[in-house]
Design a binder for this molecule. Structure first.
Ligand code: SAM
Ligand code: DTB
Ligand code: SF4
Length: 331
């Protein structure tokens, strides 16, 4: 049964379970709803890098960060299609395009919709993350064939204002409602390791698991500390503040148990994670990763490292598109 009425106390209880008990329950939920030996491969491309007016404390692309990144223009559709072809050849199932915008300008919509249509025509699932959307923009993207829209709530509602001051948690929820209203699937998660408390992690999972419909994809990122960003500098100066591996795995497990049908993506931060920690995340129910050498602006594990890890774990890339898989499970 899919529950959207989780209480914070229930989620806190899951976080507090003995680790082996939590892992057992998460693995059980995973097996009941997904093919547990399969991992979905997704590839990211930054289609518009840097110069973002928002002040997200973790992000290299904010104008408030001194990350040395220079603002670029929206890239050409040919470059997008070439990157998508490469991703497809490497076995990726979904192609995610990200732009460092607070929201897209209406004059950009034609170009991004062409990108969606082009990538979709190549037989890849399409995802975009462009910041906040109006209802009309969401409809335009849906009409162009966009399958997923990524828009993260990032952390608990209480911790949100310590991380970002240029928009509110409620504005995130408003865009998610526009995405749903336009009929697209939702990709929504956040970042662990931003100096939040356990209670914030409880509040973060609670906010996702009590949305009117669970996001079809839930990316769980571990903060990538980038020099020149508020959080990157803070973490570099206090290394002990880095998220504990077991606590990260617990977060993945609780996401899996509370949102059983969702794809839980082990997202940014894998580069600095041991193979053993990643394996624990898969056992805890993570069933999706970002592949390739690059995320948006930072390095990622890379295809050959990932292929070696999956082979070592006896796991295989997912091939069937997610909606089909969901139907198989429902039968
Ligand atoms: N501008 C759009 C937005 O904020 O929705 C899309 C791009 S933004 C880079 C997408 C997501 O990447 C953020 O919501 C955040 O969760 C994640 N992210 C960004 N920088 C990160 C970092 N340094 N470490 C981990 N995750 C990060
Ligand atoms: C998500 O949750 N993580 C991705 C994707 N959605 C867009 C982005 C990760 C970015 C990591 C830092 C960087 O490369 O700039
Ligand atoms: Fe802009 Fe997105 Fe980075 Fe925030 S996370 S600064 S909105 S690109």
């Amino acid at each position: 049964m899919i529950r959207t009425d989780w209480t914070r106390a229930e989620i806190a209880y899951l976080f507090e379970l003995p680790f082996s008990e939590l892992m057992f329950r998460a693995a059980e939920t995973h097996r009941a709803n997904h093919a547990a030996g399969e991992v979905q491969l997704c590839t990211l491309l930054s289609i518009k890098t840097g110069g973002c007016p928002e002040d997200c404390g973790y992000c290299s692309q904010s104008v408030t960060a001194n990350s040395g990144l220079k603002a670029e223009k929206l890239i050409d559709i040919d470059a997008v299609l070439a990157a998508a072809a490469e991703a497809k050849a490497a076995g990726s199932q979904r192609f995610c395009m990200g732009a460092a915008w607070r929201e897209p300008k209406d004059r950009d919509m034609g170009a991004v919709c062409d990108m969606v249509a082009g990538v979709k025509a190549m037989g890849l699932e399409t995802c975009m993350t462009l910041g906040m959307l109006s209802g009309e923009q969401a409809r335009q993207l849906a009409d162009a064939g966009l399958d997923y829209y990524n828009h993260n709530i990032d952390t608990s509602p209480e911790h949100y204002r310590d991380i970002i001051t240029t928009r509110t948690f409620q504005e995130r929820l408003d865009t998610l409602a526009e995405v749903r209203g336009a009929g697209m699937a939702v990709c929504c998660g956040g970042i662990v390791g931003m100096g939040e408390t356990r209670e914030d992690r409880v509040g973060f999972v609670h906010a996702l698991a009590t949305l009117p419909r669970h996001p079809e994809s839930v990316p769980v990122n571990a903060l990538v500390p980038i020099r020149g960003t508020v959080l990157g500098d803070l973490l570099a100066d206090t290394p002990l503040a880095r998220i504990d591996d077991i606590e990260f795995v617990r977060t993945v497990a609780v996401a899996r148990i509370t949102m059983p049908h969702s794809m839980v993506r082990l997202s940014a931060g894998r580069e600095s994670m041991s193979e053993a920690t990643q394996a624990l995340c898969f056992m805890a129910g993570a069933n999706s990763i970002f592949t390739g050498d690059k995320l948006l602006t930072t390095a990622n594990a890379g295809d050959s490292k990932d292929a070696a890890l999956l082979a070592k774990l006896g796991m295989v890339p997912m091939t069937a598109p997610e909606p089909m898989r969901a139907m198989e499970v429902a039968e």
